[in-house]
Ligand binder design. Structure first.
Ligand SMILES: Nc1ncnc2c1ncn2[C@@H]1O[C@H](COP(=O)(O)OP(=O)(O)OP(=O)(O)O)[C@@H](O)[C@H]1O
Ligand SMILES: [Mg+2]
Length: 264
């Protein structure tokens, strides 16, 4: 079903807890849903509970900031939403699918289709050009298309840097290559872990504008940030402390909700 055919419900998020006249509940619309999710790390003679009993959902098209002090479990949470890691217990659904029973190969496929990653540390391949870094993501997803990869780099303002190696790009430019790479397979969900953590003010502004543009185009964005200005751009803030979610307000800004299945 195309997005235009999708049943679109506009209203206050707060109204979607069960009283929504369309019949859609917040859970219907959830593209990311966690129920009692815990992640423990064992080793070094003790168990670290990095995330404890997290229960919340994020709806399609929402922009959510994950905040909290260092060590509070933000990356742990994002890694699980990104299917790079699995919960120790609890249920996690992405696009209404519980990934727990998937094989590693199925999970790789699922991740490539659904999720684009933007990391603070960029994780670009140092001996590949900007263009080749983007094409590598196409290769792992399906097949390479140089024209499309060039267009993605032009979209982030790097049309004149496609042949540069990462070491020949500024930090802000490298982050924009990462954004082009994250977008190249058109995933509905974008996960960003400190996307502006290593950038100066000018480049932070460029990246913030790109994220705003992506949000306007319907992407669901989950963004870890320490920066109050960046967090302020999101529609909602999920705050973590010592592995516990202590704040995930719904309500506030008007958002457009689509059922997760409408995007498939
Ligand atoms: N692989 C691991 N093994 C053991 N403990 C871990 C592992 N990964 C993370 N931890 C612990 O889990 C807790 C949460 O870590 P996490 O990386 O999620 O924090 P964070 O909120 O992202 O912090 P920061 O803002 O510094 O990036 C920390 O106490 C950390 O030491
Ligand atoms: Mg982290």
């Amino acid at each position: 079903m195309s997005v235009s055919e999708a049943k679109v419900v506009t209203g206050q998020l707060a109204n979607l807890s069960g009283n929504d006249p369309s019949g859609n509940t917040r859970d219907d619309c959830a593209v990311i849903s966690l129920k009692h999710v815990t992640r423990e790390y064992a080793g070094h003679g003790s168990v670290v509970r990095a995330l404890e009993d997290a229960t919340f959902s994020i709806v399609a098209g929402e922009w959510v900031a994950i905040t909290g002090p260092s060590g509070s479990g933000k990356s742990t949470l994002v890694n699980m939403i990104g299917c790079l890691d699995r919960p120790t217990s609890g249920e996690l659904k992405i696009d209404n699918i519980n990934t727990a029973a998937m094989t590693a190969t199925e999970l790789d496929r699922f991740r490539a289709d659904k999720i684009g990653f933007i990391f603070q540390q960029f994780h670009l391949i140092p001996y590949l050009s900007a263009l080749e870094n983007v094409m590598l993501a196409q290769y792992f997803h399906s097949m390479t298309d140089e024209t499309e990869a060039k267009t993605a780099l032009q979209r982030v303002g790097l049309g004149d840097r496609i042949s540069h190696l990462p070491s020949e790009l500024s930090g802000g430019e490298q982050q924009r290559v990462c954004i082009a790479r994250a977008l190249i397979n058109n995933p509905p969900i974008l996960l960003a872990d400190e996307p502006t953590g290593n950038l100066d003010a000018a480049n932070q502004k460029i990246v913030a504008e790109l994220l705003q543009d992506l949000h306007r185009n319907g992407h669901t964005i989950v963004m870890v940030t320490h920066d109050p200005e960046m967090a302020g751009l999101a529609q909602r803030r999920i705050a973590l402390s010592h592995g516990k979610v202590f704040c995930h307000p719904v309500g506030g800004p008007m958002v457009t909700l689509r059922r997760a299945t409408d995007r498939l």
